[in-house]
Design a protein around this ligand. Structure first.
Ligand code: SF4
Length: 257
C-alpha cells in the first residue's frame, strides 16, 4: 500500500543537518517536484522490487576484491586494463560501503546548506605510484550489445561517480578524476541454463568532473526551503498522465453530483 512517510522529512526550521543521499541528488536532477514531494512532504515514488541478482554479484565482487585488499595485491582485471593500483585498505571502508546496512555510507557536511551529503560506494582503489584514489562502481548486466556509458540512462552512472568523487574530496582524500565501472555481464548464448550464469567482466574508465555538485546542492537546498511544490518536469510523462486522470475523475464526480 502506498502511504505518506511521516519520518525523515526536511524541516526548514531545524538546525540539525539533514541527510541527502546520492540517489536523492539524482532525483532532484531528474525532477525537483518529485524530490520535493519525497523529502519535504513524505510522498515517495512507489518502491521498486530489490535487484537480488545484482546484489549477489556486488557481494561476490566485494569478497573477491577484499581478499586482494588484505594481501595488498592487484586483481588480474586491473592488470589486464593496465591499472597500476590495488584495492584501497582503510578502517572506514566498511562504513563507506555500508557493510552494516545503515544506509548512509560515506558522508560529509556541506556547511553552506547544512546538508549532510552521503553515498554508498562499491569499492575504492589506490594508485600504486601517485596514491590517488579511484572510485569504483560494480555493475551487473546481461546484454549481447557492446557495453558503453553512452546510453541515456547511463548518464546517471556518471553523475553517481562524480558525486562520490566530490564526497571523497570533501573528506580530504586525493581523488583522481578517473573512476572505473566494473561490469559483470551474464551471457545469454548458452544452449541451456544448467543452473548457472556465466559472466564476463570488463572495466570501463570514466573521467568525471564534479564541478556541478556544489552548485546542485545549493539549488537543491533552495528547492527544499521553498514554500510550494515545484512545477512538473516538462520531459516527464507521468504528471501529465496524473493530471488527465484527475480531470477525468473530477468530470466523473460532477456527473454523479
Ligand atoms: S513530472 Fe514526473 S518526475 Fe516530476 S513529479 Fe511529476 S511524476 Fe514525478
Amino acid at each position: 500500500m502506498v502511504q505518506k512517510r511521516r519520518g525523515n522529512l526536511y524541516n526548514p526550521e531545524s538546525k540539525i543537518p539533514f541527510n541527502i543521499s546520492r540517489s536523492k541528488i539524482d532525483l532532484f536532477w531528474e525532477c525537483p517536484r518529485c524530490f520535493y514531494l519525497d523529502r519535504r512532504l513524505g510522498v515517495s515514488r512507489p518502491d521498486m522490487p530489490g535487484w537480488a541478482l545484482n546484489s549477489a554479484v556486488d557481494t561476490l565482487l566485494k569478497n573477491e576484491f577484499d581478499l586482494l585488499r588484505q594481501a595488498g595485491q592487484s586483481h588480474e582485471l586491473m592488470k589486464k586494463y593496465n591499472i597500476d593500483a590495488i584495492p584501497f585498505n582503510h578502517a572506514e571502508l566498511g562504513t563507506w560501503r555500508d557493510d552494516n546496512h545503515r544506509y548512509i555510507g560515506a558522508s560529509v557536511l556541506h556547511r553552506p546548506t547544512n546538508l549532510n551529503i552521503c553515498g554508498i560506494v562499491d569499492d575504492i582503489w589506490i594508485d600504486k605510484k601517485t596514491d590517488e584514489l579511484y572510485i569504483v562502481d560494480y555493475k551487473a548486466t546481461s546484454t549481447n550489445s557492446e557495453i558503453s556509458l553512452e546510453d541515456e540512462y547511463k548518464q546517471g552512472y556518471k553523475r553517481q561517480m562524480e558525486i562520490y568523487q566530490w564526497i571523497f574530496r570533501q573528506l580530504g582524500f586525493k581523488v583522481s578524476n578517473r573512476g572505473y565501472f566494473l561490469f559483470a555481464n551474464a551471457g545469454k548464448n548458452r544452449p541451456q541454463f544448467d543452473a548457472k550464469l556465466e559472466f564476463t567482466t570488463s572495466i570501463i574508465p570514466y573521467d568525471g568532473n564534479d564541478a556541478w555538485v556544489g552548485s546542485a546542492i545549493v539549488e537543491l537546498k533552495k528547492c527544499l526551503d521553498a514554500p510550494k511544490i515545484p512545477n512538473p518536469s516538462p520531459t516527464c510523462k507521468y504528471c501529465g498522465y496524473r493530471e488527465l486522470v484527475r480531470q477525468e475523475e473530477l468530470a466523473e464526480r460532477a456527473k454523479v453530483a
